[in-house]
Design a protein around this ligand. Structure first.
Ligand code: URA
Length: 302
């Protein structure tokens, strides 16, 4: 796939703190796709800070109190066969874990092209999977609307994607829609990581979203999203640092999955933005390969 960046995309990369080395050759694309200039890599270390706890979800949790166990209810049955509208309702009414007690809104997801009927999923070639809502998302009910969301939007724009609309890529290239969802649909308090039981309760919703959306490719952001989708296909995925999961195309139920850093992590680990851009390029390359019906680029099969 040739990566012809227009001035807007270049500006977006500048926004990400990445300057693009050009011109790109196909050979360069096959390896790292875009070479950040050497100074962009200066000081890059594998893990500048823990990647698992995006700090955008700041401690604003005084209103969150654990519910009495009696207030919890088992997750509604049949999630795995629900239509889109029923799934949205199930999430909105979910009281399967303690996170329900303090939430203002559940955050189901957004993006893609509006379908003709409410029970159909939006059309989206790309699915971006984050970790969990933060404060802004809890307040608004929409994913990635805080500072990390701004960076995510810039990353998407650098890829020629836009969660708000269909992006038409030009002659001979298909339009691409982008849907954004999280592993958890409710905000964890006090900027803490998702807990095992919360992921276990919530993951069936994401799995059903994926079944219905049928994206062509999934980009996971941060450790929890990667673990949630790869624990059936990557041995000991929970014991692996994110860096080990990057740089290859995994599979979730046959769908290619590329792993990258969480934007909230990138906001404080600027040096890793160049690596994130390499991940995005890998994802674009995998997507192009898919849509050109060329042989797969997979290195890891589910
Ligand atoms: N971080 C996430 O992982 N998801 C959001 O929606 C917002 C911040």
């Amino acid at each position: 796939m040739g990566l012809n960046l227009d001035p807007r995309q270049r500006a977006m990369l500048e926004e990400m703190g990445i300057r693009v080395w050009s011109p790109l050759t196909q050979a360069a694309l096959a390896t790292t796709t875009v070479q950040p200039e050497p100074d962009a890599l200066a000081g890059v270390s594998e893990r500048v800070a823990p990647q698992s706890a995006p700090r955008e979800r700041t401690v604003q949790a005084a209103h969150l109190t654990a519910p009495a166990p009696a207030d919890l209810q088992p997750r509604v049955a049949g999630v795995e066969s629900m239509g889109w509208a029923a799934l949205q309702q199930a999430v909105a009414g979910c009281r399967a874990c303690a996170l329900c007690s303090g939430r203002r809104h559940t955050v189901f997801g957004m993006g893609g092209f509006v379908p003709p009927s409410a029970d159909q999923p939006p059309a989206a070639d790309w699915l971006i999977v984050g970790e969990a809502p933060g404060e802004q998302e809890d307040l608004s009910g929409w994913p990635f609307v805080g500072p990390a969301g701004q960076l995510l939007d810039n990353m998407l724009k650098a890829m020629g994607l836009d969660r708000h609309r269909e992006v038409v890529l030009g002659e001979g290239k298909a339009a691409q829609g982008t849907y954004i969802a999280n592993v958890l649909k409710c905000r964890p308090p006090s900027n803490r990581n998702p807990e095992g039981d919360e992921v276990a309760q919530c993951l069936p919703y994401l799995r059903r979203q994926i079944d219905l959306l049928q994206p062509k490719i999934i980009l996971t952001m941060g450790r929890f999203a990667a673990q949630a989708l790869l624990h059936d296909s990557v041995p000991d995925v929970h014991g692996q640092p994110l860096g080990k999961l990057r740089g290859q195309v995994h599979r979730y139920r046959g769908i290619p999955v590329v792993v990258t850093y969480h934007p909230a992590y990138l906001l404080r680990a600027m040096g890793d933005k160049a690596k994130a851009w390499a991940d995005l390029c890998l994802a674009m390359q995998a997507f192009a390969t898919l849509t050109c019906s060329k042989p797969g680029v997979d290195t890891a099969e589910a």
